[in-house]
Design a protein around this ligand. Sequence first.
Ligand code: B12
Ligand code: SF4
Length: 473
Amino acid sequence: MTRVLLVNPPSPEQLGSPLLGQQYVAAALLARGCEVRVLDAAARYHRAGAAEIACAVDEFRPDVVAFGLFTRWVWHAYEAARELRGRVRWLIAGGAHTTVLPREALDHGFDVAFAGEAEQSVARFVDFLEGKCALESIPGAHFRGGAGPAAEFVEDLDALAPPLEAQPLYDSRWYDPSGRTVTPGGILTSRGCPARCTFCANYVTGRGFRYRSAASVVNELNRFHELTGADFFPFWDDALTANRPRLFELCRAFQEGIRFPIGWSAITRANMVTPELLDAMKRAGCVAVNFGVESGDDAILRVIKKGVSTAHVVRALEWAKERGLTTACNFMLGFPQETPRALENTRRFLERIAPLTDSFSTLGVAVPFPGTPLYEDFHQRYGFTGWWLEARNSLYREMPPVDDFERYYRHYIDDANLELDFFRYSPEVYAMIRECLRYKGEHNLRRMGLLRDPVYQPVPADTTSHACRLGPS
Ligand code: B12
Ligand code: SF4
């Protein structure tokens, strides 16, 4: 039996749940008959470094050690991989970063790098290990001296082994020290998003929208609840509401087939909802919707090809609020085309929608991920080619405890990505980004009851001070 150790490599981020993509891979390997163990070195209560991973390898003695790679923290992953050289026969990689730069993973010591959705290709890799196929026949596989055919998108999502099968590989104490709650990695009812935002790095699931049957989703949710008691599920679909008839059908199936009081959250775009759709989602258990808004300036929204206008956003938030749905709005700040005036429009827009939304996703300074137009069009001009390979770009500040309010406040509104200064911001742009971050952070802290109202005092846009002004608590 092939033994596989799946590693979510160390990262400064503290994850509160297993990674769903890794769970899909783990479930596929279990279904292929492998003995699988998982080490989530980035779990909030189970941090592990290279030495602990090496120790786990020595103890389990797997045939394959498999890392999932994200660009933001890939430096840490490559460091950990270095420690494993000579300890395992096959060191393989996959995930969002590997999909765009498979050769880079090979250059950092991995034997095989898988691009794209990997459920089918890892099962084929086990076939290869058992002598049943050639490595070069596996779609998406890259190795020194060759590659298989291009990665294939999974067309029949219902045929995949459900990630729930992998849940027992994750110790619930890694995410909840009491170990009492089992946190699902999330649910995907569909994959792919037809939009083409210039900053978006979803090359794994791609632009083609594919979706599961309603019966398969209902079955997964009921089984998850029966086995673990979980009753709230984040839906991580890129564009849950992209196909309205199928979402109406899914919502109807939830009402008829879900056997427990379910709550779920969704991510979508403001131009992809209607009042009727939000009604149906609410009836089916949706409690929260996260909208990718990105900017409050319509010209910037056009430049980044968001395909959404500020009017769409206001309308969608009003509809959601009327229906009692909780909303969060995601903004991205500091695109290279942004002027102080565009950012001022965003700040005003934040003020405009503050009464309509429950929270703004915190932080959000634009990061140019490889493969995106935001990276490819600008890395030479601004000199950030291959930024993820430098240790200083992989730093992340841990959230301080809330009772240390000043540090907590600063963490909340100081985005470490702003210090990376990818697009060499002018002092005016820098100051305006800070203002937007501060406005968003204070809105959230106020909603959490941690700031007195009103606290927001705009700083003049021409300020050159980078100092953070702490609001009254
Ligand atoms: C949900 C989500 C999160 C959640 C994850 C919660 C959870 N429990 O899973 C949270 C909030 C934690 C998160 C965090 C981050 N995310 Co995120 N996230 C997503 C999102 C929306 C869905 C992820 C998902 O489930 N995808 C569906 C599955 C099927 O795809 P997948 O995860 O890529 O996994 C497949 C393949 O990659 C591959 N694979 C995955 N792991 C492995 C391992 C091996 C060994 C192999 C062989 C293959 C393999 O097979 C999987 C199955 O097909 C994606 C967008 C997207 N469409 O993927 C962004 C996305 C993955 N996130 C992204 C980013 C940038 C981040 C953050 C860096 C954000 C930040 N802090 O700045 C962090 C980094 C995470 C970390 N490890 O530290 C980017 C990644 C870009 C990149 N090149 O790295 C994406 C693509 C968003 C985007 N549109 O740009 N994220
Ligand atoms: S709407 Fe979201 S998932 Fe779709 S391309 Fe834009 S950022 Fe990516």
